[in-house]
Design a protein around this ligand. Structure first.
Ligand code: ADP
Length: 492
């Protein structure tokens, strides 16, 4: 197989390292880029070469297209992997790569542009026979039109930016009285955050599950799916825990959903790795959007299928056919990912940047940790609050859960508040264990109550541990951290 000699990774943190790991296995040299505060970051030392691209704010560094292309040309990198976030779904960047003779490791700029519009994507999927969430076939026109459509599909409805992402600016509307304000608010955010005020309105599904299908396509007309991921545990419409397979999946539903995902990908001549996202409610599933990049949670698909998605991305971008046919991709066991974020779960998941003063990572059977942090690492307020992805794998779901509990108990991150205690409580939550989840799981009062109870048990456990062992600094500090966590009151 012929791949590339050198690849530039236009990202930072754990995902930059993840991509470079695949490159190293493939014998490809790597080029890192970094912003001023990232000078000593792990992804910089992992790479064969590294170049500064500007100041801390992403717009001045990781989003600086000219600068990044310049580094690629200077270093002779033949291809750029964008990771996720930053420039990963920026059609302008993909086109700049194409125009400068650098291969963009991802779909074509045309596909990215087409799928970047939620409205355009929904129209295309509907035409391909994929079920979509009922709503406006086009952007929202004037208020009266919006009222008419909302009345037709029935409240509640959701108003979102057609060019949106990251759950930003979405407004849920309970009745007609709230529609005007919601549209105005969403339009303002859409304009400033995405530079495009176009909005769509659709039926707001009550307590749906978010289930998505991973797909891979190559330039030779091959298209495969790699089964589904359940991503319903979310905060502010952003994922926090993912697992594969979906715990409530049936053979029939999987067959229909994966067939729809393949149809969706074929409808836009998809090449490279992509994800087709569905909402599942009332026994039906609906296309929500297509993500034209590697997802954060690709890890769990890798664990249950054994396929290295980044390797496939690189090989596909180099013009190679996929290494696997559909028959060769099977699902074995169960994997869970917990996103370990530097944020306070009981204070609206507010980011808690700061310095990590003590760090010990978990390991052992069935544990995969993708992280870009270390002891002494300063979590920057400029970037995403995710500091690590902790994944566990087992032949059964309960083994994966037990391993996650054990891995969390081994994981020590002190100095900043993280989502670790919340994940620990979640892994003991009866509803989670039964697979009874939906996208509002974390906002349900009885769930919050039981999570708090679990946290108290965790505190008791820590205290017993502290007195039975010699009271090491570490255990005392964990116990103090959990105590602080429990004493704060949950807020709506
Ligand atoms: P983004 O591109 O901003 O991430 P998505 O369209 O992918 O937005 O939606 C993100 C999340 O928002 C979903 O996982 C779900 O929790 C919620 N959501 C979006 N649309 C709907 C809907 N029509 N009904 C219910 N929940 C929705």
């Amino acid at each position: 197989m012929t791949f590339f000699e050198k690849v530039l990774v236009a990202n930072r943190g754990e995902i930059a390292i993840r991509v470079m790991r695949a490159c190293r296995e493939m014998g490809i040299e790597t080029v890192a880029i970094y912003s001023d505060p990232d000078r000593n970051a792990l992804h910089v030392s992992y790479a064969d070469e590294a170049f500064p691209v500007g100041e801390a704010p992403p717009a001045k560094s990781y989003l600086n297209i000219d600068r990044i292309i310049d580094v690629a040309r200077k270093t002779g990198a033949e291809a750029i992997h964008p990771g996720y976030g930053f420039l990963a779904e920026n059609a302008g960047f993909a086109r700049a790569c194409e125009e400068n003779g650098v291969t963009f490791i991802g779909p074509t700029s045309r596909t990215i542009r087409a799928m970047g519009s939620k409205i355009g994507a929904k129209q295309m999927m509907q035409a391909a026979g994929v079920p979509v969430v009922p709503g406006t076939p086009e952007g929202i026109g004037n208020l009266d039109d919006a009222k008419g459509i909302a009345a037709e599909i029935g409240y509640p409805v959701i108003v979102k930016a057609s060019a949106g992402g990251g759950g930003i600016g979405m407004q849920i509307v309970e009745d007609e009285a709230g529609l005007a304000d919601a549209i105005e608010g969403a339009r303002r955010i859409a304009g400033s955050a995405f530079g495009d005020p176009t909005l769509l309105l659709e039926k707001y599904l009550v307590k749906p599950r978010h289930v998505e299908v991973q797909i891979l396509g190559d330039e030779h007309g091959h298209m495969v799916h790699l089964y589904e991921r359940e991503c319903s545990i979310q905060r502010r419409h952003q994922k926090l825990v993912e697992e594969s397979p979906c715990p409530i999946m049936t053979e029939d539903l999987r067959e229909r959903m994966t067939a729809s995902a393949i149809a969706a990908a074929k409808a836009c001549n998809y090449v490279n790795a992509g994800t087709v996202e569905f909402l599942y409610a009332g026994g039906e599933y609906y296309f929500m959007e297509m993500n034209t990049r590697l997802q954060v949670e690709h890890t769990i698909t890798e664990l249950v299928t054994g396929v290295d998605l980044v390797r496939q991305q690189i090989a596909t971008a180099a013009g190679e056919p996929l290494e696997y046919s559909q028959d060769e991709i099977s699902l074995r066991g169960h994997a869970i990912e917990c996103r370990i974020n530097a944020e306070d779960p009981l204070n609206n998941f507010q980011a808690t940047p700061g310095k990590i003063v003590r760090y010990r990572s978990p390991g052992g059977p069935g544990v995969r940790l993708d992280s870009g942090v270390h002891m002494g690492y300063a979590i920057s307020p400029y970037y995403d609050s995710m500091i690590a992805k902790l994944c566990t794998y087992g032949l059964s779901r309960i083994t994966a859960i037990e391993r996650m509990r054990r891995a969390i108990s081994e994981y020590v991150i002190l100095g900043v508040q993280t989502t670790l205690p919340l994940h620990f409580a979640l892994m003991h939550n009866r509803h989670f264990i039964e697979g009874d989840t939906h996208t509002h799981f974390l906002t349900e009062e009885h769930i919050q109550r039981s999570l708090l109870r679990a946290l108290r048990e965790e505190e008791a456990r820590m205290q017993t541990l502290a007195s039975s062992l010699r009271q090491t600094k570490e255990v005392a500090a964990i116990s103090a951290a959990v105590g602080t966590y429990i004493r704060s009151k949950p807020r709506e």
